[in-house]
Ligand binder design. Structure first.
Ligand code: CTP
Length: 410
């Protein structure tokens, strides 16, 4: 269960204090927990407590410009492996049963493609009311999972069903839910060839600081990596795109994480594992300045400075040898000579399943351009494609990867 992502919706009930403990218990077991706090929930627990315990920003508003810029509410609802509502109030269940979408929590429940586990918590009369029981029956029919409520003394002084399940019971229910398939297929939709698969793509250059105003970079535009992320999402995959600094827009339907340096890129990639497919399309800087300066370098009598370079971690090689290695690991090789020889060497050295090799000599216009001529290099041989728009290279590559996954691996 290590690395599984939980989206926890904290509703407005006195049991919300137990959700603080729930966050701790989930994190102890290696889950990452992102919290959505409803307006009513914030009357019982503070966003600060939840942010401190989850180690992540707490989401509260549907229309939040800053939050939407980083991660839209659709992505928020889909990036999780499981959505948990605790406490699930009578009001939240009623909204979910009727498909309301007038705040962040209800919108996420409607937009998610993952199973939802609810831990109801309310006064016993509210729980036993036919309206609530009808809503729960509807939600069960829709596939919602429930844990509790239990019998017990309630904060309101009455005794009976309505008490929220204890944090450890909820954790057990989370683990049981995750043991099955938690993706809800779209009704009537034709599933794409990568449906149900998780794909991580790196794209763009990295910027390695020299001092606060200068950096080392390369000419990568991110066009090819972004096109691949978009094509994978169009093929039904759930895609995380880890992008260096680029000017191309974030692809729609993709969870894009922005980073600057190679080390940040590696960190974001490892945090996004596990995945079924990894595609390293980024032009990661091979070196960084060993000791980047905190103050701007000044000209001086001692002449031009010498930059001591150290090697960056190799993201592709790290992922290919990772304990959570994706089934397919795909690298790129940007070469200016002996394209295929170098790509074959890279395939073996970095232990990947496939290398997409391209000639990036200035005359080709590949770096920053819109077309690409690639060779697919794998253990079974070399396949050379004609010069194609990058979007088409992306679609063909995704189709190849889907076929390889279908064959049961590399
Ligand atoms: N790559 C990576 N991390 C690095 C360097 C490269 O993940 N620190 C990945 C790139 O995303 C690409 C592949 O490795 O998928 C090939 O990168 P390239 O720079 O062409 O190869 P190098 O291993 O750096 O070899 P050389 O510089 O000798 O060509």
């Amino acid at each position: 269960m290590m690395g599984k992502r939980i989206l926890l919706i904290v509703g407005g009930g006195i049991a919300a204090y137990k959700s603080l403990d729930l966050v701790r218990r989930l994190r102890e077991r290696g889950f990452s927990v992102r919290v959505v706090l409803t307006e009513a929930g914030s009357q019982f627990v503070t966003p600060l407590s939840l942010a401190s315990l989850s180690g992540q920003e707490v989401h509260q508003e549907l229309f939040s410009l800053t939050a939407e810029a980083r991660m839209g509410h659709i992505e928020l609802s889909r990036d999780a492996d499981l959505v948990v509502i605790a406490p699930a109030t009578a009001d939240l269940l009623a909204k979910a049963a009727h498909g309301h979408a007038n705040d962040l929590a209800s919108t996420l429940l409607l937009a998610t493609d993952k199973r939802v586990l609810a831990a109801p918590s309310m006064n016993l009369r509210m729980w036993l009311h036919p309206a609530t029981q009808r809503n729960v029956a509807t939600l069960r029919g829709d596939g919602m999972l429930f844990v509790g409520p239990g019998d017990g003394a309630m904060a309101c002084g009455e005794y009976g069903p309505g008490r929220m399940a204890e944090p450890l019971e909820i954790v057990a229910a989370v683990e049981a839910a995750l043991a099955g398939d938690t993706t809800i297929p779209l009704p009537f939709a034709k599933p794409g060839p990568l449906a149900g698969l998780r794909v991580i793509v790196t794209s763009g250059p990295t910027h390695e600081p020299i001092d606060p105003v200068r950096y080392i970079a390369n000419r990568s535009s991110g066009k090819q990596g972004h096109a691949i992320a978009q094509a994978a999402a169009a093929a039904g995959a759930s895609v995380v795109l880890v992008s260096g600094p680029v000017t191309v827009p974030d692809p729609a339907g993709v969870n894009t994480i922005h980073v600057e340096t190679a080390r940040q890129m590696l960190e974001a990639v490892e945090a996004s594992l596990p995945a079924d497919i990894f595609i390293g399309a980024a032009a990661v800087a091979d070196w960084r300045v060993g000791a980047a300066l905190a103050e701007k370098l000044k000209k001086g009598a001692s002449g031009p400075p010498t930059l001591g370079l150290v090697e960056n971690p190799d993201i592709l090689a790290t992922v290919a040898s990772h304990a959570q290695r994706p089934r397919l690991v795909v690298g790129f090789a940007a070469e200016t000579e002996k394209v295929i020889d170098h790509a074959q060497a890279k395939l073996a050295r970095k232990k990947c399943d496939l290398i997409v090799a391209n000639d990036v000599s200035p005359a080709t216009g590949v770096m920053g351009g819109d077309a690409n001529t690639v060779h697919l290099v794998s253990k079974s041989g070399v396949e050379t494609w004609p010069t194609l728009p990058k979007a088409e290279v992306a679609q063909r590559l995704v189709a190849q990867l889907a076929a390889r996954m279908g064959e049961g691996g590399a």
